[in-house]
Design a protein around this ligand. Structure first.
Ligand code: TNX
Length: 872
């Protein structure tokens, strides 16, 4: 009852937590009486969502329509029910109508009820509702999600909420003034612009090594070729044996190198590697020699180097295993000397918004290892979920780690991102968390792949799951007659009158920066993390404490903050509190020998607080004029990880196409974008979407602050971000991660590319385009096929083809990643993996309907492109 009720209460009352004890009766919406009345099942209702306009107030608002279709045999009555759904845009409830009442429950969760004047919807009938929301909406993935029908919840009416039968999406209006959706033709022209002549030979090792010398001949590996390893390298040897088993059909033997043995072998050992690079990357350097007649040798400066040498060896194997895999595969002779460019090569995974099972995290870790990424930043907590069990605080996961239909949030959180009414359904990623053992297992699995896990506990904002969970704990202990214990970890003050709205629409997602309980809580969680990491043999060195997007207005009405501000001269007002909070959080970490990290230019908190926390720079968007902002931090002595949303947020959609799912507040991130990024000279980056010439596209970039040599060392590396609002399933995660992750790996590992040296933007673009063409062909010919053959294969994105039909009826098609196959039909049917492949221009009969899809190995296909004469 109460989350709904909150909005009609004066804020002080709502914030006072009184909402939690208000009886349900007074707020019972009129429509919820008469619950016994016959009503269709949720599954009998369908909703169609149509965007009517994206041009209201420029692009700041859009108008939408929801059409409710009653496909059941009973009328949907004029009262006694409510639809609930998540919607990522903030809806203005006053624009909703006719004859309905729309309520933003909190965050992105809405409730739609019939109001006075609502006529029952007869069987087969339809009813349209309109509303306006902030920002434009151009994608199917913006549609209301997790829609369900709730019935009156008066005692005695136990009918549980029912998910709706179907949500469909209507055709989209133009995306906004002066904008267009991508079409087969625009893709065709874009591919032409980005790609040059495709080389016959492409790089076999991705990311590109520092030095590669191809040689003549080859070495044959068979299931009986032994893997011999030096001390401390058994793990690396076993992983290689596992990988070879997949290619050879049988697992080769693993032996200690000192056990004698002759004949060709794969030898893994430690030793000196001469490869210049940053001190922090020393252990990661390796040499790989494939010498006909002698075998294969991988020499790593450290175990990490051996592991990376092994990955390079894997990359040399034929991507398909070869026709006679069981009798051996041939590895082309080569000498490689390699070392990464950056010590920090990261991927961020948000398991809070949508939970990822350990098995899926492990799949991601396998892929990270394959491409030599070495940091997994695990976003374990946020407003919509707390995903790590903490000893002694069971509510954190039991309440904060589950989502479902609720009026009180006493048992679990409200739905988010379409997670629906059932808190325990296996199909939804709204609920779930890692037990201590599961978390340790993830850490160990990562460590074996030389990936360090950087856990994030997002505070003080983005902390709603913790706040709600600790309210539940408080309630339990009060009921048990233990008021003191109850207050120990309570994260908000019941008398807090602050009123605010977070970026994601929450009005209660900030922990109180002035309560001792908050810091006690943080200590407790951090100590738990330390314990888990220690037990897993993967010591914790840094904790990411978020720090992003603290809404304005937080703490203004906190009694604890009033007291703190009164007695502390150095704190003038609530605007000093974010830095105060950071300082204390860092103090807690420093006492435990841990480094602090945070989003953006996390408040430094004054010199006294010790070294500034590591900053994950994400807001330096293209065109913001602050592209170089991370360099200022680095030059001033702060460690920086580049996470620019415009190129490294892998939750952004690949393109503007309505069927291409994802966020787009930071623009679109195509597979070529990360490849065009120059981490240490960001304003010289190539922005592929902008094309060549002037359109190298960085002429509007920052003030051009250059990195000093000290600043350069402070840029630790790069990180791709998989925020998960739009990733309800593992296959969505895989789609968003790959192929973009490979461009990230290339820029994080490979040396500065040659094209970076071209001074004129046009020249730089041309040289980049050659480099990208080679890289894109590598993806199409080698890397995507390899990834397809991992077990089970990945649901990576296949770019839909570009196509034009000329006026005289000729079909011309292309694909963004050369090596993938375009197949087409002319009879209107959906191209399948046995449809004719496109190999060159095709004459089209008048009246033909040309459809095309891109196919990868294994028969997976892309979205369908429909080409029509003259563009389309
Ligand atoms: C911004 S970047 C956020 C996240 C969202 C993401 C979606 C940052 C520190 N905050 O909370 O998930 O955008 O793209």
């Amino acid at each position: 009852m109460t989350t709904l009720l909150r909005r009609s209460l004066p804020p002080w009352l709502a914030a006072a937590g009184l909402l939690l004890s208000v009886p349900a009766a007074p707020a019972q919406p009129a429509g919820e009486q008469g619950a016994e009345e016959a009503r269709p099942d949720g599954a009998d209702l369908a909703v169609r969502w149509t965007v009517l306009s994206n041009r209201l107030e420029g692009e700041n608002r859009s108008r939408q329509r929801l059409t409710l279709h009653n496909r059941g045999g009973t009328a949907l009555p004029a009262s006694g029910w409510a639809l609930h759904f998540n919607y990522l845009r903030v809806i203005d409830p006053s624009t909703a109508g006719p004859w309905v009442e729309l309520t933003r429950v909190n965050g992105t969760f809405y409730r739609l009820e019939p109001a006075a004047g609502f006529e029952p919807i007869p069987p087969g009938g339809r009813r349209a509702v309109r509303f306006e929301s902030r920002h434009r909406a151009i994608k199917a993935s913006d549609a209301p999600a997790g829609v369900y029908l709730a019935h009156g919840d008066s005692p005695g009416d136990a009918r549980p909420p029912e998910p709706l039968g179907e949500v469909t999406v209507g055709e989209f209006p133009p995306p906004g003034p002066g904008r267009r959706y991508p079409s087969p033709a625009s893709r065709y022209h874009r591919n032409e612009r980005l790609l040059g002549e495709v080389p016959g030979r492409v790089g076999r090792i991705t990311p590109t090594p520092l030095r590669t010398e191809r040689r003549d001949g080859a070495v044959r590996l068979t299931p009986s070729t032994p893997i011999r390893h030096g001390g401390g390298l058994a793990g690396e040897a076993e992983l290689l044996a596992d990988a070879l088993a997949g290619v050879l059909g049988a697992r080769p033997p693993v032996e200690r190198a000192d056990g004698g043995g002759s004949g060709p072998a794969v030898l893994l050992r430690r030793g000196a590697v001469e490869a210049e690079g940053r001190p922090a990357t020393r252990e990661e350097a390796y040499r790989l020699a494939v010498e006909p007649g002698r075998g294969v040798e991988v020499v790593g400066a450290g175990a990490a180097g051996v592991f990376y040498g092994v990955q390079s060896l894997r990359a040399l194997l034929p991507p398909g295993g070869g026709p006679d895999a069981a009798s051996g595969v041939s590895v082309p002779a080569v000498r490689v000397t390699d070392r990464p460019r950056f010590p920090y090569r990261g991927l961020h995974l948000d398991v809070a918004r949508n939970f990822r099972e350990p098995v899926d995290v492990k799949r991601l870790l396998d892929l990270m290892g394959l491409y030599k990424l070495n940091r997994l930043h695990l976003h374990l907590t946020d407003d919509e979920g707390w995903r790590l069990a903490v000893r002694g605080l069971p509510e954190l996961t039991r309440v904060g780690g589950r989502r479902g239909h609720t009026r009180t949030e006493h048992e679990h959180l409200i739905p988010a991102f379409g997670s629906g009414p059932d808190p325990d359904t296996a199909a939804s990623a709204g609920s779930g968390w890692y037990s201590a053992e599961e978390y340790r297992e993830i850490l160990r699995y990562a460590a074996r792949r030389h990936v360090q896990v950087v856990p994030e506990v997002d505070v003080p904002g983005h902390a709603r799951a913790a706040v709600v969970a600790m309210e539940a704990r408080h309630r339990r202990l009060v009921e048990e007659g233990r008021p003191e214990a109850a207050s120990r970890y309570r994260l908000v003050h019941p008398g807090d009158t602050s009123s605010y709205e977070s970026v994601q629409g929450w009005d209660d997602n900030v922990v109180d920066a002035c309560r001792p309980a908050t810091y006690r809580f943080l200590e407790r969680v951090i100590d738990e993390l330390r314990r888990l990491h220690r037990e897993a043999g993967a010591p914790l060195t840094a904790v990411h404490v978020g720090g992003d997007e603290v809404p304005e207005g937080a703490w203004v009405g906190s009694p604890a903050c009033h007291r703190l501000l009164e007695r502390t001269d150095s704190l003038e007002g609530t605007y000093d509190l974010p830095a105060y909070f950071q300082r204390r959080a860092r103090g807690i970490l420093a006492e435990r020998g841990l480094a602090a990290a945070g989003w953006g230019s996390v408040a430094r908190g004054g010199e006294a607080a010790g070294p500034a926390p590591r900053a994950y720079a994400w807001r330096n968007l293209w065109g913001s004029g602050r592209e170089d902002a991370p360099y200022r931090l680095a030059n001033e002595g702060q460690e920086v990880v580049l996470a620019q949303a415009s190129t490294l947020y892998f939750d952004m959609a690949y393109s503007a196409h309505p069927e291409e799912r994802g966020n787009y507040w930071a623009g679109f991130v195509d597979s070529a974008d990360p490849h065009g990024l120059l981490p240490l000279e960001i304003c010289r980056s190539v922005r592929p979407g902008r094309g060549g010439g002037e359109g190298a596209g960085t002429e509007d970039c920052g003030a051009g602050v250059a990195l000093t040599s000290a600043g350069r060392r402070n840029v630790l590396g790069l990180q791709g971000q998989l925020w998960s609002e739009m990733l309800p399933s593992p296959d969505r995660m895989e789609y968003m991660a790959v192929p973009r992750l490979l461009g990230l790996a290339e820029r994080a590992w490979a040396p500065r590319p040659g094209w970076a040296g071209a001074d004129r933007p046009g020249e730089r673009y041309r040289r980049w385009s050659d480099a990208w063409t080679e890289f894109a062909a590598r993806l199409g010919r080698r890397e995507l096929p390899r990834i397809s053959r991992l077990d089970p294969g990945w649901d990576y994105r296949l770019p839909p083809p570009g196509a034009v039909v000329t006026e005289d009826g000729r079909l011309e098609a292309n694909v963004a990643l050369p090596g993938l196959t375009v197949r087409y039909t002319t009879d209107g049917s959906r191209p399948a993996s046995d449809s004719p492949p496109y190999t060159g221009p095709v004459e089209i009969e008048p009246g033909d309907r040309v459809k095309l899809r891109t196919f990868g190995p294994g028969g997976r296909g892309s979205r369908t492109a429909v080409a029509s004469p003259g563009g389309g």
